[in-house]
Design a protein around this ligand. Structure first.
Ligand SMILES: [Zn+2]
Ligand SMILES: [Zn+2]
Length: 279
C-alpha cells in the first residue's frame, strides 16, 4: 500500500464514503460498494481499483489526476476505466490525454462518456444514477445514486406463485420500479444548484460543499463564484432529510479548528447529529 494522498472515511447504510476535499487543492471521493468514484483532483493509489468515475466539472482541483489514474490502470493491466463528465468537455479532455500519451509514451485507454444535466445511466440492476445541473463558474453537474427495486404491482399482490409465474412468462409486466435516493453528490455549487434537486435533500447520504464559513464573507460574491456559505445551509436547516450530511471543500484559508468551532457553535440540533465535517 502506498499513501500518496489523504483519505478520510465513514460508513453508513451499507456504504463506505472515502475521500478528501479542500477548495483549490484537490477533491476526490469514492464508494467502494458501488464501484464508483466522484472527481479526480488527486488519486490515492488504492483508488485505482475503482473502475468508474463521475466528474462534476473540469476545474483542475477536480480533474488533474485523470491522466495519472488512466495511466496507472493500464500499467497495472486493469480494464480501461469509464469516465462520465460534462459533455462539452469531452473533446478537449480527449485531446489532453492524447498530448500526454505522446509525452509519456504510454497509451491512455479509457472511455469518456459525456453527460448533461438530467441524464440517467445504470450502474447495475440495483443502482441507477441521475444528474442535475449545479451552478458554478463553468458548466457542472451533480449526481444522485438511486437504489432500484422491482416490486409486484398492486393488482397482482396476493395471487398464487404459479399464476404470477404464468403472467410473467406470457410477457405481462407484473412489476413496477421503485427508486430511493441513496447518495447525492453536488460537487462545487452555489445554493441554486442544490435547490434544483429535491433528491439531494432526501438521499440517505449527501456529500456537498461548504467552501466558506466566516460571518463577514460577502455571500453574493461567494454565490457568484459558485460556492456555498455556512449561512446558506443554516437557512435551509429544516429541509434536509438526509441521514448523514458530509461537508467538504472547505477553503484553505481556514484552520480545521476554526471550522469545527464555528460550525459547532452555529449548527442547530436538527443538523448537528447528522453533519460530518470532512477535515
Ligand atoms: Zn473545487
Ligand atoms: Zn470548481
Amino acid at each position: 500500500m502506498v499513501e500518496n494522498a489523504p483519505v478520510l472515511s465513514l460508513q453508513h447504510a451499507g456504504l463506505t464514503v472515502e475521500g478528501w476535499s479542500r477548495a483549490a487543492v484537490q477533491t476526490y471521493w469514492r464508494i467502494p460498494e458501488l464501484r464508483i468514484g466522484f472527481d479526480l483532483g488527486a488519486h490515492p493509489w488504492d483508488f485505482m481499483s475503482t473502475p468508474t468515475w463521475l466528474l462534476t466539472h473540469v476545474h483542475l482541483d477536480h480533474v488533474a489526476a485523470l491522466p495519472v489514474y488512466v495511466a496507472r490502470r493500464r500499467m497495472m493491466r486493469m480494464e480501461p476505466p469509464v469516465i462520465y463528465l460534462p459533455a462539452y468537455a469531452v473533446e478537449d479532455v480527449r485531446r489532453l490525454l492524447l498530448v500526454l500519451q505522446r509525452l509519456d509514451r504510454g497509451r491512455m485507454a479509457c472511455e469518456l462518456r459525456g453527460i448533461e444535466a438530467g441524464a440517467e445511466f445504470e450502474l447495475s440492476r440495483e443502482h441507477v444514477v441521475t444528474t442535475f445541473g449545479t451552478t458554478h463558474t463553468i458548466p457542472s453537474v451533480g449526481y444522485v445514486v438511486w437504489d432500484r427495486r422491482f416490486k409486484l404491482k398492486e393488482e397482482y399482490l396476493g395471487l398464487p406463485g404459479d399464476k404470477i409465474r404464468d403472467l410473467r412468462l406470457s410477457g405481462v409486466e407484473i412489476t413496477r420500479e421503485v427508486r430511493t435516493p441513496l447518495l447525492a453528490y453536488t460537487g462545487d455549487t452555489s445554493p441554486a444548484g442544490l435547490d434544483s434537486c429535491p433528491a439531494a435533500y432526501q438521499a440517505k447520504i449527501l456529500i456537498s460543499e461548504l467552501s466558506f464559513i466566516r460571518p463577514n464573507h460577502r455571500r453574493e460574491k461567494i454565490h457568484k463564484f459558485g460556492h456555498m456559505h455556512l449561512d446558506d445551509y443554516l437557512e435551509r436547516a429544516d429541509r434536509f432529510q438526509n441521514e448523514v450530511i458530509i461537508w467538504g471543500h472547505l477553503s484553505t484559508r481556514y484552520h480545521p479548528q476554526e471550522v469545527k468551532r464555528l460550525v459547532e457553535a452555529k449548527l442547530p440540533a436538527v443538523l448537528r447529529e447528522r453533519v460530518r465535517l470532512w477535515l
